[in-house]
Write a protein that binds this ligand. Sequence first.
Ligand SMILES: C[S@@+](CC[C@H](N)C(=O)[O-])C[C@H]1O[C@@H](n2cnc3c(N)ncnc32)[C@H](O)[C@@H]1O
Length: 276
Amino acid sequence: MPNELPVTETPEMQPHEDAARPEPDRTPDVDAVHWDARAYDALPLPHVEWGRRVVAQLQPRPGDRILDAGCGTGRDAALLLDVHPDVRLTCLDASPEMLAAARERLGERAAYLQVALGTPGMPPADLPPFDAVMSVAAFHWVPDHDALFAGLAAVMRPGAPLVSDCGGAGQLALVDRAIEAVTGEAADPWEFADVAETRARLDRAGLEPLRVELRPDPLRVEDPALLERYLATVILGGHLRGMPPAEHAGFVRAVRLAMTEPVVDYIRLEILARRR
Ligand SMILES: C[S@@+](CC[C@H](N)C(=O)[O-])C[C@H]1O[C@@H](n2cnc3c(N)ncnc32)[C@H](O)[C@@H]1O
């Protein structure tokens, strides 16, 4: 991933005066992650249901500070604000494109923080503590879950819940086999953790694991064109990065044709934990 952008918290992005303080150039080598936010939002995403499951578990009080870690285009944040309009929400993501889309969707209803989770010292530990952290389909993009959980625990008040859905152990085995058939090499850019290691990592970070479970949720996409769009936008971004754009479509098609079934074999890792 390119190392280009510092933590970005522009003052006009902060409607809540204490929601996110500027930390200019705090980590000049922070990893920016790049997504096609528009193409992402145009897809029929199972993430919508994953987000509903996460938001349904939060019971914030008015005024609570909530962090959406890996907010993407702000869809789950919008849902949270629809149900709990009185919370103070901070949307965090490593992708400037995703944050821009979230800001377009939510405007002044949230604060915004460009941070690469899993980077030591991130999010900045001197932010005012959060009363809850939610996260949908993001943690498996972070290679170092010890650093991820330590960073989140550092910005949570004691007793604060962490509610997350992300990819878990065994996810995308079918898709991975197709990628390997095309590239000839094992290339798995994700951290699909299992229950035991996740419980141990949470515990080490000072987060009490209350419920950690794997839940298979395969997605069948019969329309080949839609499946290719889905693969390109949601799954293969890490593989396409660094490849000349002219080769993208051919690569995505080859992966689709190498899949033994038109199924994105999702296995969700659901986490409910509490800051000690
Ligand atoms: C599949 S999207 C999920 C977005 C949104 N939560 C949703 O459910 O639609 C994964 C998100 O994680 C973000 N992400 C990946 N690695 C990250 C990191 N290290 N720190 C923060 N965000 C990250 C991506 O930029 C992207 O917005």
